[in-house]
Ligand binder design. Sequence first.
Ligand SMILES: [Zn+2]
Length: 1014
Amino acid sequence: MRLAYPILAALLALPLFAQPSVTVSLKPGRDAGQPIDEEYTRKIREYATETFFNSPLTDYLPASKTVPTPKAVLGDIAGAPGILPYSTEVYKYMRMLEAASPRVKVFSIGKTEEGREMIAVAVASERLIAQLEQNRARLAQLADPRTIGFDDAKADSLVAASTPIYYITGTIHSTETGAPTALMELAYRLAVDESAYIKAIRENVITLITPVVEVDGRDRMVDIYKWHLANPGKEWPNLIYWGHYVAHDNNRDSMGLTLQLTRNVLNTFVGWKAQVLHDLHESVPYLYDNTVGDGPYNAWIDPMLADEWQMMGWNNVSEMTKFGMPGVFTHGTFDTWSPSYLMFIAATHNGISRLYETFGNGGADTEERTLRPNEYARTWFKQNPPLPKAKWSQRNNNNYEETGVLTALAYFSANNKLFLHNFYLKAKRSINKAKTEGPAAYVFTADDPRPGGQADLLRMLQDQGCEISRATAPFTVTMPGKKKSAGRGGRGGTATDGATDGETPAAKPEEKPKPEPKTFPAGTYVLRMDQPYSRMADTLLDYQYWAANDPQKSIYDDTGWTFGELGNVQVARVTDVKVLDAAMTRVNGPVLAPGGVEGAGSIFLINHNADSALVTLRYRFPAASFEAAEEPFEAAGHKFNRGSFVVRNLAAADLSKAAEELGLRAWAVDAVPSVKSHPIRAARIAIMHTWLNTQAEGWWRLEFDRMKIPYTYISTQVVAKDADLRSKYDVIVFGPGAGGNPQTIVNGRPMYGNPLPWKVTPQTPNLAYTDETDDMRPGLGWSGLDHLQEFIDKGGLFITANDTATFAVTFGLAPGVSTTAARNLKVTGSAVRSKIVDGTSPILYGYSDNLAIFASNPPLFGVSSMMGGGGGGRGGAADRERATGRGTADDPDIPQGRTPAEIPEEPHGEVWEATPLTDEQLRNPVNVIPPAARPRVVLRYSNNSELLVSGLLDNGSELAQRAAVIDASLGQGHVVLFSNNPFWRAETKGSYFLVFNAILNFDNLSAGRKLAEK
Ligand SMILES: [Zn+2]
């Protein structure tokens, strides 16, 4: 079709970089003038199980006289059966490439938790590699338009002079094993191939490659694979540990930034000012580019990014469809809502995030693979679907990974100026955001009662690349008026909260709340949104709302994460742009909470504000005397919360040094305040894990390590053998996600097959730094259960959460507590509101009310004062409907022909309480639990109307008002049960001290308790 003249003119008038995207006109495939590596090429064709599992981009390897192929290290070609290289072998090859080619440069980008190296490999033309630094300097200016005074003409010239960076990361998921060899070969092709197609990539884009992201996990996986090869015919141990702390969840850390791999990739991406982060995974046949995925998309990204996802995703499908490769698609059920994925580092830093799922065999065996009908079905977005059954090899997987990435690189390089210009535009729009869609700033008040929690949150934002400023004088802004309660949340259908909820439908329409002025004191921290990475801050600090009727029914991950709420830190979202004019200076260096000792005297008072540093302090001085005040008090002109520390036998200089480092304030006094107190000891802790799953407890371990809390790491198998746990430990922590159900925790894995060792041997050296066993199959067993019960009975504390709370209830370790499964409740990784039930419990020391807690399909607790009595919850006398008879619904029936009898009032308890005992139950109270041994409900879920803080909540009435944290008694000891998960992906820092309080007060948990009379 001929273009009408004016349109053509308009197109021609566009500057070069602003042209609409172009498709690649260069023909993929070898250059006839360049010889190929005959043997390598023959093997590629031999190991690919079908010709259509290969492409013109990967069905040959160009030869080079000077540059070694991957065979130099692998002994065979990339993707060969039976070969899975360790990280060091992959690095060795990349460094051989670097030594042999001026087109390759290797950078060390940091270490893992276990001290292994991470690298990034840059591949581009000699000219680009020689000018990496100059290019980076130009990209840095495009990344921050403030540096060029928002001069678009200057930006145009920078775009014209610059080359974008496409960053590819491999094998973050250790059981997804194909990427390292694919990326070794990809680097070789990019460095050596003289075909026009590859040359264009090399000259128009800098490809950056981290071949192994989860290095600790990779080396363990190779160990296990080698064990498998050495033990033919046997079942092999599954990879129970990947990284040092977590497994699959290593791809959920891009908000909290607590894993080394996340920080190293983030620093590389942001440091290089890269444009794309493309993360390679394996699960779905045969190539799913899931960044197009499905809705809902993250609500804080620049809409331009969604368009870039579509452009790149559909181009990938289009090109690979032309090659005749089956099973390539980009639309699918993965929602792009949560920003916790590694690739999302790009999305939140003005780049383009991408993620492939290719098909892997979890090792390098070639195997017949049978797919499920929904995997091989032809759909509108999968016109050439995968085969129902096919022989599948690692080489096939490598072909798909390389072909996908090469076509993506070709498209990106052909449009390199367009994407660079978009990069600049996105940065500019992120800065303008403060004054367009807003907010103008997030404000962290100087009078937050938790300066430690505040500083921790601000440091994480700094690590994300956000700039923090500090007000040098008080300032006033206009805040939106507060709506009366029953605003957010509360999608509960018609069910009511019960009699005490106090919510009745408003008779008249609510008045629109009026804006109110708010003054923040000097010293307040301000995260100005007129900065390039404002979107990162916005997605972390804002509220999330996932509609109960959202068309997306297969929710991929968490739906809410609001860091201020879950962190128990005050965060004000300020839309008034006047905030940007407040007097403030930029904070240089990490934000630190003020700390130190004031006054003179040998007794030190430290306010309990639930800052995590308090537990670090306790364990730093195990020999010093720490006591907890059981009531609030005033001393030295200051108010101290219940639970505040009274410290003795500690040198002022030592405390002063520690307090400064930890950001804690202490007041020295001469006399002990007259307030009831009890000792808080440096309890001896064991963290117990199963051999079924260790991931969720890994997030607990990570924070215990970060807080420098010492513990012994034991498995259920150790507990099964140890009849004297109490002499060794005061507290046993059994984190959630133990795997399976209460029965499988006891039974372990099936014993039918062969033993499954997880043990350091010369063949499996990388299984170190975790735990060891000769056989992963046996579980806790009945003896272990017995030992646990005895441990608690003798005064130990057993801490459980979520599924392990259900475990404790199932096996009678928490008398009077029951759990039920939800029927219609949907709460999928959401933040919900809690209410204090018993503020005198040591578990709540330092807390004020309305803490947001993290809930994901929590068990529903009921409490009873009777053994074997289920219940609590709803359905008591208050909810009972009257029987058929005379009168109205709330008017009693009257038997005829006699004087009406007086109806005794039925005892009524709240949803979170045990139903009060009746006189009938007390006649012969064999099943009645004595008052001191009854479960003590500490924290509950709030009323339905206020329950949702962030994320998804549907049919919340099932959860509303239920007990959330219970302190149960067994013998001389306690079992603390969390329905929520207090340690989750470093997103729930506000809840940590609920657990730390339980630990520090393990032998005084009943402090402050008021007992029932009967
Ligand atoms: Zn994966």
